[in-house]
Design a protein around this ligand. Sequence first.
Ligand SMILES: [Ca+2]
Length: 159
Amino acid sequence: MRLLRRLLRKDREDGQATFEFALLIPLFILAVLLVVDGGIWMYKFVTVSNAVRDTARYASVNCGGNTCDIGALETRLEQSSSGFVTCPPPTAPDPPDCQIRWIDRGAGDSGDVDKGDSVIIYVNQKHDLLFFPVSVGVASCAEMRLEAANGESVGSGGC
Ligand SMILES: [Ca+2]
């Protein structure tokens, strides 16, 4: 009799553990999916930010003599972002995924893209999460001054 009572109590404790496990496992799975989705979003954000800075730096060093066109910079941005950024926009009414433009900061020059002007690289994209029906933004912007006119050295040495 005593043995039967002990066995019944053990069954009840096992049932309680199973119930608690069944209660917690969805929360655990949800937390894991959130971490995976957040990691993918973070990877994309860091990659796009680095691509934006890389393209702005490239333009800063190489485009001071009005030698670059926007299309070449867009191609560089797409390639250095591992395909996360697409330029030009796929559909006209949507805001463009990326914008590359010059700001003429020269006083008295002819408005050309030259030394002292700025290049602005701006990317704003939506990222659809894998496991949740939500889109989050991936935005990055970089502005750099054009360092040198065409053929002018921007310095040597360094790293
Ligand atoms: Ca200028």
